[in-house]
Design a protein around this ligand. Structure first.
Ligand code: FAD
Ligand code: UDP
Length: 370
């Protein structure tokens, strides 16, 4: 008899498995329908020996000391600050939009102060910022919105920014200084030996058993357990009782090139050209030295593995129906990006899992072992 059956070996499932097994001495079975652990953060050495992220670029960043220190028990870190360029009007310019972006794009020599004034002069007045279009046009005006956001978002989400919640484009700030980092979090680092190695260490405990290539439907009636932690799609768990929750998918096209460097930074975004949204070159993320280089192209898709919950009011309403049902389901706990239908980054999922562990065990506030 297992104390917990954990469905999904991504961040949500693996953090809970580790905490329940090592802190709370519970017997845990972790299953995943994929042939590997680490969920969407899975990385591996490809046939040429280059470390790549199978499900697209994963860059770790957080403001939470607790989350950073918790994961630090399972990996050494390599400091890494992420930089992105956007290909616009035949140039590759810094993204998020900053002072250099505007000066380069328009051949100007503005100061930060002048850029502030420029943004003020082009910003559209929006009474209540509700949508992903509102967020951008109210800050930088329509022209920059159309160059950097409109078409990227239409491609990525299959809908206009005006149909998406403001939280989507709010992820990308606008700056009047020259800071060209994609993130400004306190802690920005990559696991030195990759994400999968970190997960292996997390799950390496005598109280944890792992079954891969296993959908929970296949085993649920045969394996005895007391409680379940579910990290798959919440609508699937309830057999789509209230209808399907929309998820956006991606197709990844991986390529290895016979040259040392392909592009000037880790990620180049293509808002207005091509069917893909961005190209990532992995060696920037991992720091690996190699004579060849591996890249991935991301093609947004309506069908396929569920990667992104789609933030818009009617989906939030539909999710709330599932949430009520989830809360009323005894001995099953829903956690993670798919099970709580939230566009969460990795660190937010880790924090959510640590919080659930505290709730389950009524444990002390200080989660970290001495
Ligand atoms: P997942 O990692 O999806 O794990 C859920 C697991 O459950 C999966 O392995 C799945 O196979 C398994 N499962 C589902 N259904 C079943 C079933 N029926 N039976 C058995 N197993 C099942 N976050 C960042 O912080 N930084 C980034 O740079 C970043 N980049 C991203 C890029 C892309 C393209 C995507 C899609 C996401 C990115 N994220 C990033 C978000 C990050 O991937 C997630 O926050 C995190 O991986 C979510 O962890 P999770 O455990 O909730 O879900
Ligand atoms: N976005 C955009 N242009 C860009 C970068 C981002 O329009 O060059 C919008 C787009 O809607 C995207 C959202 O901002 O989905 C969030 O961007 P982020 O880079 O955080 O996306 P993720 O890495 O989660 O795919």
């Amino acid at each position: 008899m297992f104390d917990y059956l954990i469905v999904g070996a991504g961040f949500a499932g693996s953090v809970l498995a580790e905490r329940l097994a090592s802190y709370s001495n519970k017997k845990v079975l972790v299953i995943d329908k994929r042939p590997h652990i680490a969920g969407n953060a899975y990385d591996h050495y490809n046939e040429e020996g280059i470390l790549v992220h199978k499900y697209g670029p994963h860059i770790f960043h957080t403001n939470s000391k607790e989350v950073f220190e918790y994961l630090g028990q399972f990996t050494e870190w390599r400091s890494y600050e992420h930089r992105v360029l956007a290909s616009v009007d035949g140039q590759q310019v810094p993204m998020p939009i900053n002072l250099d972006t505007i000066n380069q794009l328009y051949g100007l020599n503005l100061t930060s102060f002048e850029l502030d004034k420029f943004f003020e002069s082009v910003a559209e007045k929006v009474d209540t910022v509700r949508t992903s279009e509102d967020v951008v046009v109210s800050k930088v005006g329509r022209e920059l919105y159309e160059k950097f956001f409109k078409n990227y978002t239409r491609k990525q989400w299959g809908m206009d920014p005006s149909e998406l919640d403001k939280s989507v484009t709010s992820r990308v700030p606008t700056r009047t200084n020259r800071d060209d980092r994609y993130f400004t979090d306190t802690y920005q680092a990559m696991p030195l030996h990759g994400f999968t190695k970190m997960f292996e260490k997390m799950l390496d405990h005598p109280n944890i058993k792992i079954m891969l290539n296993t959908d929970y439907h296949e085993i649920i009636d045969f394996i005895p357990f007391k409680e379940m932690i579910f990290t798959g799609p919440v609508d699937e768990y309830f057999d789509f009782k209230f209808g399907k929750l929309p998820y956006r998918s991606l197709e990844f096209k991986h390529e290895t090139l016979n040259k040392e460097v392909f592009q000037p930074v880790a990620v180049v975004n293509y808002p207005n050209d091509h069917l893909y949204t961005r190209i990532t070159e992995f060696k920037y993320l991992t720091g690996q030295q190699h004579q060849k280089t591996s890249v991935v192209y991301e093609f947004p898709r309506a069908e396929g593995d569920p990667y992104y919950p789609v933030p818009r009011p009617e989906n939030a309403e539909l999710y709330n129906q599932y949430k009520k049902l989830a809360e009323a389901t005894p001995n099953v706990h829903f956690v993670g990006r798919l099970a709580t239908y939230k566009y969460y980054n990795m660190d937010q999922v880790v924090a959510q899992a640590l919080t659930l562990h505290k709730k389950l065990t009524g444990g002390p506030k200080d989660e970290l072992p001495a």
